[in-house]
Unconditional design. Sequence first.
Length: 236
Amino acid sequence: MKSIDICLSPDLMHLYEVQDKAVVVVDILRATSCMTTALAHGVAAIRPVAEVQACEALGKEGYLTAGERGGEKIDSFNFGNSPYEYQSADIVGKKIAVTTTNGTRAISLSEGARQLLIGSFLNLSTLASYLNEQEHNILIVCAGWKGFVNLEDTLFAGALAEQLTAKFTQACDSTLAAISLYHSAKHNLKRFLQNSSHVQRLQHLNGDRDVTFCLKLDEYEVIPVLKGKELVKLEL
Ligand code: MLT
């Protein structure tokens, strides 16, 4: 039987093999929610990079630039990291290079996976249906915050794992823990997260609207997939 693992922080990646797996990277607040939103609204491709300088260099090659450090937009970039910035007609057909504090780092640590997919609550059911039909073992990589575990990514991992357990065995207890946490939270995710570290951080950055949006279930039927160096819409 296929297995499902959850890596609760990128700093635990040394414990997991990615080569033979479909890896789902998740950074609910807000990187992977933004990526899902951008592709759903017609962005042609997203180039995730771990470093600000690499993103700036891609800007000179014609990409729009996006991202944040510590949650705050990088001054010289075109966009920050709010999902509302990726819902405009102006981005249709464009390519965007993006760097974020944790999300793009988690993606870069997952390169080498058999398949690298992007998860968020916004595409939860589409992702679960797709993965249930695949033959590969799955690893969900939570971006966390600077190596620390966070609640929102763990909740998403639990929500996704719960939809997969009929066809997958759980390889380590993080999967059981995440599913159990999701059960405690699912009736009101926003209230459950109200004291969490990144929700608190985003309050100082007027991010309440973003948090509400990023917790919406099944807003989109798209799955971002890494092709070469760019995330594009997976053909379903
Ligand atoms: C990250 O990648 O760390 C986040 O997306 C931070 C943020 O909320 O902007």
